[in-house]
Design a protein around this ligand. Structure first.
Ligand code: NAP
Length: 296
């Protein structure tokens, strides 16, 4: 069997078109969703993520308040930027690009963001709401993975799902979303990590394998069952002298071989990546609707 490729770019483009229409409808009611963006330092990867997020905001009509701050900023000064955005009624979502410099207490910064504007879904209040099945901002990458599955027609309910990775931003929240008694969940989920005794034993019985390990070739063809759905969250740089940049991006899955055994598979790039930004836009628009009293 050769897998059908899940086109994350197309699914994301369709969702963004719907969001653009939502934003236009909000504009008629005098509501413009706003996103406050904080980038500290000049890490090239963080800069390019932030630029991509702002470009995506512009494309669908979200107002963006750009704060590019020096790596030498003090904790106090950074907190004053967060407080200003918390108070600004034009801002419905606050995005702090991680990682922050070592001199900054990251947890204190994330905790200071108003939970009602926490469009990354990292604030413990939103994490707690998600875990207990209450309405909350869902973290963007995990929510993007679930939307990719749903929009590709994959039945999540009752599926055996194996997630490889237990980080606070991908593996753990994804497991939580997928076990909820909700249309996004009802799966039976196993979460694997570096202390898992026999990774292949778990992945081989999964209907859906989701790799979020950050290590190329973590999932090979012998580790999955015929017809499994394989979602690759990983983004890794591997040296490639044929490329101008000297590297290329690969996921955690041995794509060429796994695609011959899976029924559906995401590529890297062009799979999960475009969905992460889309779900950020989604959260910002939902937050604006909520602030305007248009949602319960
Ligand atoms: P992370 O914080 O480094 O966590 C990686 C997790 O994978 C850890 O729980 C680790 O286990 C586990 N792991 C690593 N190697 C493993 C192996 N060989 N077998 C089993 N488990 C293994 O990474 P992250 O932030 O979750 O990100 C994961 C990957 O997704 C990265 O490549 C990242 O760049 C990518 N990512 C992509 C997007 C996107 O939008 N496409 C967004 C976020 C992240 P331990 O806990 O035991 O160490």
């Amino acid at each position: 069997m050769t897998a059908k490729i899940i086109d994350g770019k197309q699914i994301a483009a369709d969702m963004r078109a719907k969001l653009r229409a939502d934003v236009a409808a909000l504009a008629k009611k005098g509501v413009v969703p706003g996103l406050g963006v904080i980038l500290v330092g000049d890490d090239p990867a963080s800069k390019s993520y932030v630029t991509a997020k702002q470009k995506a905001c512009e494309e669908i009509g979200i107002y963006s308040d750009d704060n590019r701050l020096s790596a030498s900023i003090s904790q106090k000064e950074l907190m004053s930027h967060i407080n200003r955005l918390n108070k600004d009624p034009r801002i419905h979502g606050i995005l702090t690009q991680l990682p922050l410099p070592d001199t900054i207490d990251e947890l204190e910064v994330l905790m200071a963001i108003d939970p009602a504007k926490d469009v990354d879904g990292f604030h413990p209040i939103n994490v707690g709401k998600m875990v207990t099945g209450q309405k909350a901002f869902l973290p963007c990458t995990p929510h993007g993975v679930v939307q990719l599955l749903i929009k590709s027609g994959v039945k999540i309910e009752g599926a055996d799902v194996v997630i490889v990775g237990r980080s606070n931003i991908v593996g753990k929240p994804l497991a939580n979303i997928l076990i909820q008694k909700s249309p996004l969940g009802n799966a039976t989920v196993t979460v694997c990590h570096t202390r898992t005794r026999n990774l292949a034993e778990h992945t081989k019985r999964a209907d859906i394998v989701i790799a979020a390990a950050g290590c190329p070739n973590t999932i090979t063809a012998d580790m999955i069952k015929d017809g499994a759905v394989v979602i690759d969250v990983g983004v890794n740089r591997v040296e490639d002298s044929t490329k101008k940049a000297g590297y290329r991006l690969v996921g955690d899955v041995d794509f060429e071989n796994v695609k011959e055994k899976a029924s559906l598979i995401t590529p890297v790039p062009g799979g999960v990546g475009p969905m992460t930004i889309t779900m950020l836009l989604y959260n910002a628009v939902e937050s604006a609707k909520h602030a305007a009293g248009l949602l319960k």
